[in-house]
Design a protein. Structure first.
Lengths: 990, 165
């Protein structure tokens, strides 16, 4: 049955195909459409079918239009594709027919179906002599192909030919295609002709040639850099249309670098003046406004040129004032220009008089009934308050109105404005509003943005600890999974550090209120993972600190968390570490400690967990249970998350021991890459390390123990890239001396967290340690002075002005307005939020619980090590392990800052780099260190210099090419005086 | 720069799709679907602007409804929202001049002509013409030439100054 219908349908198609040549059928269909249209019919359909389409195409469109479902539509289109595939490859298709097929292909692709089978025919059509077909071909290829498509190369030749045509319409069509289809590789093929066309007699051609050149510049600035002077020349073109087109590339160029174009300020001002004075022909008017797009572009360019440049700005004042005075506020386009003037005024060096005019214009916008104008008003206000913060107060009620407007766009814009004008006196109102709004929207992109803004404002302006914690709770509860993991990190840091004041009471109050609020919500089953991590960490670190809650209560809650989120290993890891901390604090405080039964159960379960990380934590916890209070206190000192930990990267404290051993005839350590054969773990476990295959002695590595850190010594923390299952029996004895290190109080990522087991194995029994040395070949990833104590602490600039009391006004809106705008407190200098501040703050908190194991491990660290202890020279291994040996919180940050770190690595060298970048994340720092003193010292030993070091020196500094380009640019500037520009129009007008 | 001009009808069917940055077909469809979803949920008598993150954080979207069609322009911060709104007006006015009482069907059946009109107004993502009569004039030239390929339009010998327009 279906087959039959299909057959019928295709017969139908054939029928229609036969009728296509008959103009009658076209006309009859047109007659049906007569009701819909009145005049201009001939133009639309064309007597020869000009733009008109065949019946077949009309039917296709019609049937698609009538399709009741997407699947029905797809079926029709697929059928059409089948038909076209068959027909388009038939021999000797009449050209007109082919044109129609191409149009149908375009239509099909517009509907989202693949028409690539016909691309080649569209390319062929561009070769046709007939303009109609050629244009259709060009249209199709510009829609089908991107500039890197394989078929482009087939078109370039045609474009070349067409650019030379003496028919300007052909040239225009080719230039249109140039804008879309010419890529970096093919630019040289056409560039010469395009430049020649800049001097074409027809202004339409010149205009399009300018745009084509502009699009080349966008694609590949370097290939047209030598032609940029042409844009300047064309600025003085006879035709205002060409001049207007030239403003587009100039705007882009000026946005990149203002300085080479400062000399054009006078020209731009003059052009704008002449345009505003209606000295352009009437045909450029739009609704009685002269050449609005030219005016807008010029104002945008002037905003760029006048920014921070008093001299240039002063030249602009008069003309901007004139335009604003003359502007037609009744029309849309008049307001567009007015808005652009306000933008320009807010960008250039401020002029009091213009600022006043701008404020008036904003007032008009905001008072308007049109949502569009209100939107522009809010936008403009946001720009102007950067210069004059007081201006917002005049418009407070209007702003509040916009905040409550049903229009979402307007609302968002207003929140943006509020974000810009937040100060400590209104932060509560604004952030509360933002959170409400954040909860109400679904768009995850915008939700994330709002959430991070809330966090940022709360951190900057929080009036009280309690409010801050509450706010963060709300943000995390509703958008915890959307916010950047960095935010969670920041929150932990803030709770650990307090607000940077040396007020311990305030800090502990902050922590208590955090603990209290977290205990209230921790049972909510829908908390996002990131937030639960914070909760677990805080409960572990500070849950019992103020003595308000008993250890067993906190433990119970933590066990509940671990149980409720049994599928989330990260949360469980946080929870079990927190449990361990609670236990340790209790024990070191000398209180009686006993593990809750559910905690026991949890430990048992985790000891057999599929996740080796969880297993590890469970075993460590169990090991701690057997230790005495003194050892425990050393492992887990109370409230030490902010202490710095210094790590002796080179393990220099072992040098004496190593020397002694060597003197006593021990075998020296042989770097892994110099050992023969691949390392088999089981082999090594069974092998006596002293029977290591003989190699020549390499003493160099141990002659330069320069990186001696005098004070605290620390365990080598490492993260074995391959996971080593921890065998219980052999592990316990190693641990008994107490070096169990908590691998991350609240450390986030399971995969990348610190692993100390490898290190201990190093110092354990010989057999065991050799196993470790093989499995943790990258043992040399010890950290030194985690974040360089040299970093100045600029955290303390927190502004926490006392909140201003709200003025009680009966009307709610006025109240809101008062709270938003009322406080006349000068807005404190906003701290550099984000990376810079983040880094410096971080420097104080990089070491969380996991590092607390440090003091004890030092004592245990100096156990008799086997000789193959120090594989320090293994710097290629080090490179990988360094990047992975990071504080887990740090890593969250490191992930974000990778690019920056990479930059740091490539651009900086020299031994003082540590102090320069000590604030950067450990990740980058480690790399730096790896590259620098350490590497240099160990290089000889390795025989192979670190490749990354080489790239660093190669890519260092600005590229020569850039410098040359810039130089060429500057010279062009000199060559092209622009004195003729000012009287561009006056010349012509006589 | 203007990133895209899209015309869809009130059922979300694309009627004209022009991206000035190349986008694969699937991506185009996704963008159109998203935009349609956003526009549908917008109330009447609100602004014509939508903040849009299709092409990055700074892109904005301006739309205007004409009868059954949404005209949509996506652009970045080098354009002015209100001006783009008028640009759409120019576009539609030009369509109206060419088709006479333009309706959705005209655009569907003559979308290659609509593309031609659009190319005269926006080139390579930049506005090059704001006068609908100029566009109509250029279009007439093209149509005449296409109809009668033998009458090649001679380029005038003298430079046609802009006074002559």
């Amino acid at each position: 049955m279906l087959l039959l219908t299909l057959l019928l349908r295709s017969v139908g198609f054939y029928f229609f195909t036969s009728s296509i040549q008959n103009p009658e059928s076209n006309n009859s269909y047109t007659a049906k459409l007569e009701q819909l249209k009145t005049i201009g019919r001939e133009l639309a359909m064309g007597s020869q079918g000009g733009f008109g389409q065949s019946k077949e195409f009309l039917d296709l469109v019609k049937s698609i239009g009538e399709a009741r479902s997407k699947s029905e539509e797809d079926r029709i289109v697929l059928h059409e594709i089948e038909t076209l595939k068959r027909r388009i490859n038939e021999p000797d298709i009449p050209k007109r027919k082919m044109k129609e097929y191409i149009i149908r292909l375009v239509y099909i692709e517009m509907l989202g179906h693949d028409a690539s089978f016909g691309y080649i025919h569209a390319v062929k059509m561009t070769h046709d002599d007939s303009l109609l077909l050629k244009r259709t071909g060009y249209l199709a290829v510009t829609l089908f192909l991107n500039e890197d498509h394989d078929l482009i190369i087939l078109i370039v030749n045609t474009i070349q030919k067409d650019l030379k045509s003496d028919n300007f319409l052909v040239v225009c069509a080719a230039l249109n295609a140039c804008c879309k289809l010419i890529n970096e590789e093919t630019i040289p093929a056409v560039i010469q002709q395009v430049v020649e066309l800049l001097g074409h007699q027809k202004e339409a051609v010149r205009k399009k040639a300018v745009m084509a050149l502009h699009s080349f510049h966008q694609r590949s600035p370097s290939s047209v850099n030598h032609l940029i002077s042409n844009f300047r020349k064309k600025l003085s073109d006879n035709d205002p249309g060409v001049m207007g087109a030239t403003l587009c590339p100039l705007y882009d160029l000026i946005a990149i670098d203002v300085n080479p174009y400062k000399d054009l300020v006078a020209s731009f001002v003059n052009i704008l003046k002449q345009v505003a004075e209606r000295r352009l022909p009437k045909s450029y008017d739009y609704h009685q406004t002269p050449a609005p797009f030219i005016q807008i572009k010029l104002l945008k360019i002037m905003a760029l040129l006048g920014s921070g440049d008093k001299k240039s700005s002063e030249q602009m004042y008069t003309v901007i004032g004139d335009i604003m005075r003359k502007s037609d506020t009744a029309s849309n386009i008049g307001n567009a220009i007015l808005f652009e003037c306000v933008c320009c005024i807010s960008s250039i060096q401020p002029s009091p008089k213009l600022l006043e005019t701008a404020a008036d214009a904003i007032a008009k916008f905001l008072k308007s009934d049109s949502h569009n104008l209100k939107y522009m008003g809010i936008d403009a206000l946001g720009r102007l308050i950067r210069i004059n913060p007081d201006i917002a107060e005049q418009h407070q009620l209007a702003v509040i109105d916009c905040l409550e407007d049903p229009d979402d766009t307007l609302k968002r814009k207003t929140f943006e404005l509020l974000y810009k004008m937040t100060k400590s006196s209104n932060v509560e109102v604004i952030v509360d509003r933002m959170i409400d709004y954040m909860i109400s929207i679904n768009d995850s992109h915008y939700k994330t943005e709002t959430a991070s803004r809330c966090v940022e404002l709360a951190e900057q302006f929080a009036p009280s600890n309690h409010w801050f914690i509450q706010t963060m709770n709300k943000v995390f509860q509703h958008a915890g999974d959307l916010v950047n993991p960095k935010v969670a990190h920041n929150l932990m840091r803030l709770i650990a550090e307090g607000f940077g004041e040396d007020d311990d009471a305030a800090d502990s109050q902050l922590r208590s209120s955090a603990v209290e609020s977290y205990l209230k919500i921790v049972d909510d089953p829908k908390l996002p993972s990131a937030f639960l991590q914070v909760i677990c960490w805080v409960l572990g670190e500070y849950g019992t600190a103020d003595g308000k809650y008993s250890a067993s209560y906190i433990s119970g809650k933590l066990c509940d968390v671990a149980e409720a989120h049994s599928s989330d290993d990260i949360i469980r890891a946080y929870a079990v570490t927190a449990l361990m901390k609670v236990y340790c604090f209790e024990k070191s405080a000398g209180r009686k400690t006993s593990l809750l039964p559910e905690c026991q159960l949890l430990l048992e379960e985790l000891s057999a967990s599929h996740s080796s990380d969880l297993q590890q934590r469970a075993y460590e916890f169990r090991a701690i249970l057997d230790l005495d209070a003194n050892a425990v206190e050393n492992i887990m000192p109370l409230d030490a998350s902010c202490e710095d930990i210094e790590i002796d990267k080179s393990l220099s404290f072992l040098d004496n021991y190593v020397h002694k051993s060597l003197e006593q005839g021990a075998e020296p350590y042989i770097p892994e890459n110099e050992r023969s054969g691949t390392l088999n773990i089981s082999n090594i476990i069974n092998r006596n390390p002293y029977e290591h295959p003989a190699h020549s002695l390499r003493f160099e590595a141990y002659e330069v123990p320069k990186l001696v850190v005098p004070t605290k010594l620390s365990p080598a923390v490492t993260y074995p890239t391959e996971l080593v299952p921890v065998p219980e029996p052999s592990y316990q004895p190693t641990v008994s001396s107490g070096p169990v290190s908590d691998a991350g109080s609240g450390s986030g990522s399971t995969e990348l967290r610190l692993r100390l087991d490898g290190v201990q194995k190093k110092w354990g029994k010989p057999a065991y340690s050799s196993a470790a040395s093989s499995s943790t070949s990258n043992i040399d990833s010890q950290r030194t002075t985690v974040n360089g104590a040299t970093q100045p602490d600029n955290v303390t600039s927190k502004s926490r002005e006392p909140r201003q009391p709200h003025v009680e006004v009966s009307e709610e809106k006025q109240k809101l307005a008062a709270s938003l705008f009322g406080g006349r407190t000068a807005r404190p200098e906003r701290k550099q939020s984000g990376s810079a501040a983040g880094h410096s703050k971080v420097s104080r908190t990089t070491n969380h619980g996991e590092d607390k194991a440090q003091p004890t491990t030092v004592t245990t660290a100096v156990q008799p090590p086997p000789p193959d202890l120090l594989d320090l020279g293994e710097s290629s291994g080090a490179a990988s392990s360094y990047s992975s040996t990071v504080d887990p919180f740090k890593q969250l940050e490191g992930l974000l800052d990778l690019s920056q770190d990479g930059h740091a690595v490539t651009t900086t060298t020299g031994p003082d780099l540590m102090s320069l970048y000590s604030g950067a994340s450990t990740n980058g720092q480690n790399q730096n260190q790896n590259l620098n003193p350490l590497l240099n010292e160990k290089d000889n030993m390795n025989g192979a210099p670190n490749p990354s070091n080489r790239t660093a020196s190669l890519t260092k500094g600005p590229s020569l090419k850039d410098a040359l380009d810039k130089d060429a640019l500057v010279r062009q500037m000199g060559v092209n005086p622009t004195s003729q520009n000012p009287n561009l129009f006056s010349d012509l007008l006589g | 720069m203007i990133r895209a001009v899209i015309v869809i009808n009130d059922q979300g069917k694309p009627r004209l799709v022009k991206f000035y940055d190349y986008q694969p077909v699937e991506k185009q469809q996704e963008i159109i679907r998203n935009i349609y979803g956003v526009l549908c949920s917008r109330a009447e008598n609100v602004s014509n602007f939508v903040q849009d993150s299709t092409f990055g954080p700074d892109t904005r979207l301006v739309y205007k409804t004409f009868a059954t069609l949404y005209f949509i322009v996506i652009f970045d911060d080098s354009e002015n929202e209100l001006a783009i709104l008028d640009l759409m007006q120019v576009f539609v006015e030009t369509l109206d001049k060419c088709f006479g009482n333009v309706c959705e069907l005209d655009i569907v059946f003559n979308f290659n002509k609509v593309h031609t009109i659009l190319d005269e107004i926006i080139l390579g993502g930049q506005v090059v013409e704001m006068s609908s009569s100029e566009v109509v004039k250029a279009l007439d030239d093209i149509t005449r030439l296409e109809k009668n390929p033998n009458s090649i339009v001679r380029v005038p010998k003298s430079i046609s100054g802009w006074q002559g327009r």
